[in-house]
Design a protein. Sequence first.
Length: 134
Amino acid sequence: MPGKDYASVIRMLDRNGQPSQREMVWVNAADPAQCWGKVLPHREGRSFMNIPGNAVACCGGMPVAVMERQGNILRVFEEERLEECLQMFVQEYKKGKIFPNLKRIVVKKYPDSAGEALTRAGFFREMQDYVLYR
């Protein structure tokens, strides 16, 4: 019964905000496998648009960061996962799995705490932006 499947998925992902797995993945926000905002309602303070120009990092099924407007805006929902998030983003981008048609990502808006983490992940500082080349 589809209703029972849906309810069990919601319970698994919403278990006091602590999913059972802690594996991180980056996916296109419009990807059918990414269910937040489509099947599951966004959690407070973690909403994002489900469009092809956005990529979302999920850890254990929960959104922890999002790159919006083809990487122009970095939003971080879990600061403690920032380093891991950005390292994985760089790996996936360089493999062509995220934003495959872009030769470079220019992050113009980001949290103040993200500057050093962006540099450690492989982004280069250009003026006030952080740039990543494929």
